[in-house]
Design a protein around this ligand. Structure first.
Ligand code: FES
Ligand SMILES: [Fe+2]
Length: 401
């Protein structure tokens, strides 16, 4: 899981100063619950164990159904707004349902287009990011404006009749909210990010004010595991001291989590061991003593630390259920000095190293074993409440025709 590592405080303005984690009542309630768990070596429990069919991680038919039932409908995190701050800035993002081109418009809105030329389908923009008024296709030179309109067709006379207004870029549903750009991978589906989040999670995310923060680092890793194997690993509070004995293990309590269902999403609060310092101060703010994971269906986690945010997005591979891409972003308060920047870099490198060296090899091997024949169901214990909630939400989405 990603309550991982780093304990240093880099920024002079902390996230906690900008946006308190909990109101006073919630703070007191969650603190009481955490200490009760610590004292009794208990944790939030699901009503019973849950069986999981291993085929959901490897079966290509399941992956196809996921695309239709989940990823054709759900808004997924595609960028932080600070990745394309100015009009005519663009970035490209590959999603399993479509390759996407995001462009900041003159009026400040972000629009999303299928990154494919309307002539014969060439990939229109290869670069990951940039600034451009006109996008020209490398194949036969068709060009498009930032709003997706077809601007010019070389040798138009000999090309023959063509109504240009019918050949603009295909637009995808796109909305900017909570400081992020969200996209639905299928054209024509209505998008309403706050409705997708539901009242409670909408309130949590709006309260974080991440639009005032900046994305300072981002990495993408192609991994040989199903996206749900990755999701399972990051929801998991049960593995910490076993998989991370020298990194996160010493700093966090293993197998202790408060798990809250917020609509179809989930918030998990994992205590750091230093929380013992406030055992007798029931009103002390929890922020520096916990890591909060906001697990947003279907595939994004926003981790709230006391001084920054991290986002993790597990993007299914378009054709192979045994692969996914992990996008990690580091989101921090506005940086005011080089020193601060260097500290964030160091923090980020520790996070990425922990995930890459400790979580990923184990889960790559796990994916290999799940491809075996004649396997029996896997089992999630009552203590693996976060994983159970994820699988229940997943099953609900998959069962919705
Ligand atoms: S495919 Fe783009 S101009 Fe021909
Ligand atoms: Fe982990």
């Amino acid at each position: 899981m990603a309550a991982h590592a780093h304990d240093s405080t880099a920024a002079s303005t902390t996230v906690a100063e900008m946006t308190p984690l909990f109101d006073a009542d919630t703070n007191a309630r969650i603190a009481a619950r955490l200490f009760e768990h610590i004292d009794n070596a208990s944790c939030d429990l699901a009503p019973g164990p849950m069986l999981v069919d291993p085929a959901i991680y490897t079966d290509p038919d399941v992956a196809c159904r996921e695309q239709e039932r989940i990823f054709d409908r759900a808004p997924v995190l595609a960028a932080h707004a600070s990745e394309l701050p100015n009009p005519d800035d663009f970035i490209t993002v590959d999603l399993p349902g479509n390759r996407v081109l995001l462009v900041r418009q003159g009026d400040g809105a972000v629009r999303a287009f299928v990154n494919s030329c309307r002539h014969r389908g060439a990939c229109l923009v290869d670069e990951q990011s940039g600034h451009r008024r006109v996008f020209s296709c490398g194949y036969h030179g068709w060009s498009y404006n930032c709003d997706g309109a077809l601007r010019s067709v070389p040798y138009a006379q000999s090309f023959g009749p063509l109504d240009r207004s019918d050949y603009g870029l295909i637009e995808l549903p796109c909305e900017q909210r909570y400081g992020f750009v969200w996209v639905i991978q299928r054209p024509g589906v209505p998008i309403d990010v706050s409705a997708w989040m539901g009242r409670e999670m909408d309130e949590v995310l709006a309260g974080y004010h991440m639009e005032h923060f900046e994305m300072v680092r981002m990495s993408s890793f192609d991994e040989h595991m199903n996206w749900k194997v990755a999701e399972d690993a990051f929801v998991d509070g049960y593995h910490l001291k076993f998989v991370h004995p020298n990194s996160a293990g010493p700093y966090f309590y293993t197998n202790i989590q408060v798990v809250q269902e917020l609509g179809r999403h989930m918030r998990a609060i994992t205590p750091r061991k230093v929380i013992d310092q406030i055992r007798f101060s029931p009103h002390a703010p929890l922020d520096p003593f916990v890591t909060v994971g906001n697990f947003l269906m279907p595939n994004t986690t926003i981790l709230r630390h006391s001084d920054h945010y991290e986002t993790l997005t597990f993007v299914p591979h378009p054709t192979d259920p045994n692969r996914c891409r992990m996008d990690i972003r580091l989101i921090v308060p506005p940086i005011t000095s080089d020193e601060e920047g260097a500290l964030w870099d160091k923090n980020y490198d520790i996070l990425v190293k922990t995930v890459i060296m400790e979580d990923l090899p184990l889960n790559t091997a796990l994916q290999e074993t799940l491809r075996g024949r004649g396997l029996k169901p896997l089992i999630l214990g009552r203590n693996e409440m976060g994983n159970q909630v994820f699988h229940r939400f997943y099953d609900d989405l998959m069962a919705t025709p």
